[in-house]
Ligand binder design. Sequence first.
Ligand code: ZN
Length: 201
Amino acid sequence: MTNQDAPLVVKKDLVVSLDYKLQVDGEMIDSSEQDPIQFLQGHGEIIPGLEKELYGMKVGDHKDVVVPASQGYGEFDPEAFAEIPRTEFPKDFPLEPDVEVQLRDEDGEVVDAYIEKLDDKMVYLNLNHPLAGKELHFSVTVVELRDPTPEELEHGHVHSDEGEEFEDEDFDDDDDDDDYDDDDEGYDDEDDDDEDEDEDD
Ligand code: ZN
């Protein structure tokens, strides 16, 4: 495909390469830095409040987008808490406030939670996304556009150059280094084998 054939304006079913910075409460909390994210526009790969603002942007265009919580990571849900007895955690699990814990819901999906507080017997988990209830201030630049492969279009998501699936772009990779993942012993480490998140291959 020559450059002349490359799509020029963001529309549904195009693969978008996007540079972004994300500020919350005046603080820079995430950025694509020199590695733009890629996603298939119109398939819910990124948060809806940002995706809808990209339509019509040209390659090289820059935009500041303010996304309300309802269009971002959702409103804060005061019901989204859980209590788990300390005895259900592995002995060496770092039971401290703010440590990330991965749970499985009824469907076996992994759900991220954070330790809110502890007492002698119980661990109190907050299942809200860390950015729930937050207004998101994005600063984005469209770096590149291309047509998807037939396979990408069929799957509804982007595959990387190596043919590997892109993980969902969310923000759970920004502090993994500080928490229990360091020692490769997650809360659910007894079944590490099915930890892979492939859903459709
Ligand atoms: Zn796929």
